[in-house]
Design a protein around this ligand. Structure first.
Ligand SMILES: Nc1nc2c(ncn2[C@@H]2O[C@H](COP(=O)(O)OP(=O)(O)OP(=O)(O)O)[C@@H](O)[C@H]2O)c(=O)[nH]1
Ligand SMILES: [Mg+2]
Length: 304
């Protein structure tokens, strides 16, 4: 009989309030921009798998939308997706942003997972440590431990800088159940190129627009065409869906300047991701209330 340690494999849900750094962390671990990241809350709208495989284990990370009090149907679906990911997961990674106070919402979330998922290993990540002084970290660790005394680990790290990721991976490797890999070892995400194209455009809309506009915007890919040959390129037609007539001129900008800038930035990101030239054609369409319309949410892949 071999005395080699058994292979471990499982689902790891990345959970936290909006803006905690969940998508930054999954990108850092996977080494590719599979999830969009912006300084605005509620950036992630659906579940995103990122798969990390090594000789001893396979960690199937699930990036989730931030847990918040939702107003419209889209918000409620997003939060439902996050809770569903926690229910399905083998291990929970609960992130908090240490640059912000441990507010009522974050406390309630930590207690909720400690109670409802008490049988599963939970790892608390104190993220953005690059932004605070070391002495301020200890009280935060103590507070987190008080809220969830039974957690498997409490790990301060910086998802952005990629520091202290190793202790997280070690704690995860110990927490995963034994089992055969779920995905082939060269797989690293479930996100199709088409879906990523829509997300990269939405990321630029989030970065360029303010107030309620980003939250009432979605992106739909109408055509994704791959041209083979010596001059290989990908041509993408994307529609930016806005929630109100008055948002349209704002997204277009004076003389179409803003949409042009959004398109350029998204195209550069996509060329880097896809490793070939990209032609990106953008349109803006008005569809009031799309974010409360169950059928539209289903068509956009945003139903829970
Ligand atoms: N300084 C610093 N900033 C970080 C770190 N991790 C994430 N950020 C920033 O925090 C912001 C939010 O990051 P995201 O990864 O989009 O956060 P999220 O938890 O996925 O947010 P939602 O998708 O809205 O739930 C971005 O501006 C990131 O660059 C970190 O370790 N240090
Ligand atoms: Mg996110």
């Amino acid at each position: 009989m071999s005395d080699k340690a058994p292979f471990r494999c499982g689902l790891v849900a990345l959970l936290g309030r909006p803006n905690a750094g969940k998508s930054t962390l999954i990108n850092q671990i996977i080494g590719s921009r599979i999830a969009i990241v912006t300084p605005k809350p509620q950036t992630t709208r659906h579940r995103i798998l990122g798969i990390h495989t090594d000789a001893n284990c396979q960690m199937v990370f699930v990036d989730t939308p931030g847990i918040h009090r939702g107003g419209n149907r889209l918000n409620r679906n997003m939060v439902r997706m996050a809770y569903a990911a926690a229910t399905e997961a083998d291990v929970l990674v609960v992130l908090q942003d240490v640059t912000r106070p441990l507010d009522t919402g974050t406390r309630a979330m930590i207690r909720h997972f400690a109670e409802t998922e008490s049988a599963k290993p939970r790892i608390h990540v104190l993220n953005k440590v690059d932004r605070i002084a070391k002495p301020n970290l200890l009280p935060r660790l103590v507070e987190t431990r008080e809220l969830d005394a039974g957690a498997a680990a409490y790990i301060p790290l910086s998802a952005l800088k990629g520091t202290q990721i190793r202790p997280l991976m070690d704690a995860l490797a110990q927490s995963l159940p034994e089992g055969a890999p779920l995905y082939a070892e060269d797989w690293y995400t479930d996100q199709s190129q088409r879906r990523l194209a829509g997300e990269y455009v939405r990321e630029q809309v989030f970065l360029a627009m303010h107030q309620e506009i980003p939250f009432q915007t979605a992106v739909e890919i109408e055509r994704f065409h791959e041209e083979q040959g010596n001059n290989a390129f990908i041509e993408i037609d994307a529609v930016i869906l806005v929630g109100s007539e008055r948002h349209k001129p704002m997204v277009l900008g004076k003389g179409g300047e803003r949409i042009k800038a959004i398109g350029t930035q998204a195209r550069l990101g996509l060329e880097k991701l896809l490793g070939c030239k990209v032609r990106l054609n953008l349109w803006v369409k008005v569809q009031p209330g799309w974010f409360d319309n169950p059928q539209r949410l289903h068509e956009l892949g945003l139903d829970a």
